[in-house]
Design a protein around this ligand. Structure first.
Ligand SMILES: [Fe+2]
Length: 196
């Protein structure tokens, strides 16, 4: 497997203010995401050395490390793409709206369920909008980066509710962070992901 490469943010560090501060984005991208990428790459390197007979490894431990860090890296890449500077009338387009209504009754009901999933994650994790192989949508929680995943599904909208994602701005008020986060959702990005 190729090494993971961390991309720069697709916008400036302060682009999501006042919903998410520049300080959080700097730490989150440059320290937290970078660590997941580096640690996933360390696991890949150990597996390569093991294949070449250069290193004895605890396969189970390395694969656990790889699952955690690889999923952490992938989710952060998606999270950055799912956001943009706040703008008025920030809504899914008509096609996505129809699909959301088909799956969740209404956009409001969808947002309520997704927010409740985010607020209710036990410990550190994510709220996720998944699409399955038939383009059915569902909402789920991920604990850490990789537990409770729905196999065969692709995440198309994710919200990071690890404390590192909001504590500097919101302290322990995860619910306020989740409520304000909807202002910076990049619906154009989500819409693209549903249909590709
Ligand atoms: Fe994070």
């Amino acid at each position: 497997m190729k090494r993971l490469i961390q991309d720069p943010l697709p916008y400036s560090y302060d682009a999501l203010e006042p919903v998410i501060s520049k300080s959080i984005m700097q730490l989150h991208h440059d320290k937290h995401e970078a660590a997941y990428v580096n640690k996933a790459n360390e696991a890949i390197e150990k597996l390569e050395k093991s294949r070449a007979g250069e290193l004895e490894i605890d396969v189970k431990a390395i694969m656990r490390d790889f699952s955690f860090n690889y999923n952490g890296a992938v989710l952060h890449k998606l999270f950055w793409a799912n956001m943009r500077t706040a703008k008025d009338n920030n809504q899914p387009d008509e096609q996505l709206r129809a699909l959301i209504e088909e799956n969740f009754l209404s956009v409001k009901a969808f947002e309520n369920e997704f927010s409740a999933a985010a607020v209710g994650v036990e410990g550190s994790g994510w709220a996720v909008l998944w699409k399955d192989m038939d383009n059915n949508l569902s909402i789920g929680q991920l604990e850490k980066h990789n537990l409770l995943a729905l196999n065969g599904n692709i995440p198309i909208l994710v919200l990071d509710v690890w404390e590192h994602a909001y504590y500097l701005d919101y302290l322990n008020d995860r619910a306020s962070y989740v409520t304000k986060w909807w202002q910076v959702v990049n619906w154009e990005d989500v819409n693209k992901r549903v249909w590709k």
